[in-house]
Ligand binder design. Structure first.
Ligand code: HH2
Length: 310
């Protein structure tokens, strides 16, 4: 039997990316401060007929409200409302259609659920309407591609903004998934768009970054991103990761979306071991449990009070 200690890991994973006593970062969502002292779970609520997993389930106001209440009970720290699917090949609805899907549900949820609400949109008119109706953040999967308009809206209204890396568009993003240096390219891109958001007036504590699992990456590329979360953390902004039930899990495990819970939990745990602070997921209860324990393991031996606070 070989009793020698294993060689020290050569990459930044899974060692803790910062000294365990570093103060937690925060994300300010319109005055609601989300302290990132433990992994925070963003529950996904798609108000669409065609999202790859929950499409057609919550696209009526009362169903959406009931789902939001369930996600809150299950321990979500914030909710992300989407009214347009970004799955490969999804049809892009007219702006009026996106608004008519979003606003009734947002109104109902805003009046009944006391959690920060982000809206998954890249259209300025939708972002503006969401801000007027009480949303707390914007989730821009295009990361200011068309213009700085969303950053300006966030700056004016106090909304937080998530900036996500995507190569191409949902229609084309899986056509070319080759990168010479995937991690470096995504990291540089996120650094650059965060600078643009800051220049448009968004304070640093209202910005989160997201490497965009599944958006113009190969299945192997998604694994690499999950292994290198600490590199994105190094940019100084909270890191959000969305791997829930995505196709790379299906590819490696040979499973359809309805069978991808365990794979999604494994991805969330891996992200947390690398220091991801926010997990965007469909399965809130299971993820809360898995990532809470993962963070305790990651930080074991550091701040003695941390385990009690968790
Ligand atoms: N993934 C999806 C949509 N929005 N936003 C961020 N920031 N990060 C992600 O990884 C992300 C996202 C795709 O997932 P889903 O919303 O479940 O599906 P669809 O686009 O089909 O509605």
């Amino acid at each position: 039997m070989n009793l020698r200690a294993p060689a020290a890991p050569t990459s930044s994973f899974p060692t803790s990316p910062e000294p365990p006593l570093a103060p937690p970062r925060t994300l300010d969502l319109r005055g609601r401060r989300l302290v990132l002292d433990r992994p925070r779970v963003m529950g996904i609520l798609n108000l669409t007929p065609d999202s790859f997993w929950d499409g057609g389930r919550y696209n009526q106001r009362d169903l959406a409200l009931a789902r939001a209440e369930t996600l809150a009970e299950e321990g979500a720290d914030l909710l992300d409302l989407g009214a347009m699917s970004t799955r490969p090949g999804a049809a892009i609805p007219p702006e009026a259609e996106e608004l008519s899907r979003l606003l009734p549900a947002l109104d109902a949820i805003r009046s009944r659920v006391n959690l920060p609400l982000t809206v998954d949109t890249y259209r300025p008119a939708v972002a503006r309407a969401a801000a007027d109706r009480g949303a707390d953040g914007l989730n821009d999967v295009t990361a200011l591609r068309e213009s700085d308009a969303l950053a300006k809206i966030a700056a004016e209204t106090g909304l937080a903004i998530v900036l996500m890396h995507m190569r191409g568009t949902p229609a084309t993003m899986q056509e070319n998934t080759h990168y010479d240096d995937l991690i470096g390219e995504v990291r540089n891109f996120l650094a650059g768009v965060a600078v643009r958001a800051r220049a448009a007036g968004v304070p640093a504590d209202r910005i989160a970054i997201d490497p965009g699992i599944g958006f113009g990456k190969s299945a192997a590329g998604n694994l690499l991103i999950l292994r290198h979360i600490a590199d994105f953390r190094g940019l100084g902004y909270p890191v959000l990761v969305g791997a829930s039930r995505k196709s790379f899990i299906g590819k490696f495990l040979g499973l359809e979306p309805e069978e991808r819970l365990e794979g999604s939990l494994a991805a969330a745990v891996a992200a947390v071991l690398g220091g991801a602070e926010i997990l965007r997921v469909h399965d809130v209860r299971a993820t809360v449990r898995a990532v809470r324990l993962a963070a305790l393991i990651r930080d074991a031996g550091g701040d003695p009070a941390a385990a009690d606070r968790a």
